[in-house]
Design a binder for this molecule. Sequence first.
Ligand SMILES: Cc1ncc(COP(=O)(O)O)c(C=O)c1O
Length: 498
Amino acid sequence: MADTMSSNTTKPINLQTGWPSARLCASTAIFHGAQQVLTSESDAGPAMLYGPRIGHTPLRESLAAWLSTFYAQTRAMGGDGATAISTTTKDRIAISNGASGNLANILQKFADPLYTRAIFLAEPTYFLACPIMEDNGFRGKLRGIPEGGPEHGGLDLAFLRQCLQDTEAETVRIAAESGRVDGPALKTGPSYPKVFKYIIYVVPTFANPSGKTMAEQTRRELVRAAREFDALIISDDVYDYLSWPATRTGDENGTTMALLPSAPPPPPSRLVDIDRGMDGYDEEWGNTLSNGSFSKIIGPGVRVGWADCAPRLAFELGEVGSSSSGGGPAHLSSTFVDKMIRSGELDVHIQKVLIPTYRRRYHVMMECITQLLVPLGVKVESSSLPDKEASTGVAGGFFAYLRLPDDVPHARTVASVALRERGLRIAFGHLFVVAGDTESIARAEGPAGIARCFRLCWAWHEEDELREGVRRLADTLASIRERMSRGEAIQEDAIGVR
Ligand SMILES: Cc1ncc(COP(=O)(O)O)c(C=O)c1O
């Protein structure tokens, strides 16, 4: 009891928040960009007016060059990009106000809730995507597709295909029986030149929440399935730029990781690049869209992101009603970001600040997990394990994803106790269920379901706080076990999302 009381008074630790610490945001570099724009007579005026609907042209150019350089490195450094086309061009880029805003715009423009049959989401899912989809009329039409085990390479494609086949057969049958034409009902006319039958939403690299990276072969098969069923894959590629060796190399304290031989190969080819490289690519619309964001590499407050996709898709995305009226959705910030890319300050920030810091924090967290949680029966689920056998050799992103042993309650109960008694917040499996999908919740609570999993983030807190957070979690688990052994019921409070 004394232990519980004193923990109540300690500083809260939040291993749920998936934000970068404020000190890691590129404030100085963005200030330099702003200074360049706002002190230039030729730049300042246009920057303060409405911008082009599809986005600030210089940023579309500098970003296309930046992405091409990054993803070309992927291949040169050993990524399996054999047939992927990694160079992109301005005409494929539409600027957004971040990946979340872009997801909403994509659904507004290319999905019709009366025609688009379903949105499939990798499960466990980035839960904040669900309300965006529901806002766009898809409540009750979201379906989870399990990531599956190691044999599935990051997505259970057989399950996805079965869902696609069943949904298609059912839709065609209902349309035939009711005599209704199977075509867009709400999104018709010249403003909606392309409406997809399906949307598939994934985070294929360093996924939120599972930390997993989808295998190259799974990516190819996913693109094939999307083509077959007229689906648009929305791929949130927001963590691609943050990766490091999963094993300790002894140079974690260095600040020039990119130059060191231990620098890992960057992530695998994007789905959008695989789509382009495979025979039969639909040059006009494609079946893939890379949803990018500067939130993780500059700071979420900058509210600039991008779509990289087939040129017509990019163009039409810029024609969404709010951009027709208001111009590009992140215009002023876009002008600052453009300067930051051109000056090289974005690269310096990623290589010298973000990667070294996250790399150290990752190793600190993994060591604490190994020392304190693994002996209590907790298992690390992510593919980016520190142990050589299970490792892909590359770690990255923001999250560790773990599984509780079977003799303690669900992660939601553990999270509730940790918050109430030790001031520790963790993200629990129930959060990652696909909203409104009853099968998703049943799977979560079933054998080996995600209700026993939880996610810890290393981006928000400093190393000491990460150590303390993992220690508090270990104490919580030990205390729960002890109470259960005495036959005590473990009380669960309702806890919020943030
Ligand atoms: C997978 C994923 N997509 C999108 C976002 C949000 O991106 P943005 O800030 O660009 O809206 C996040 C942030 O946590 C994320 O993890």
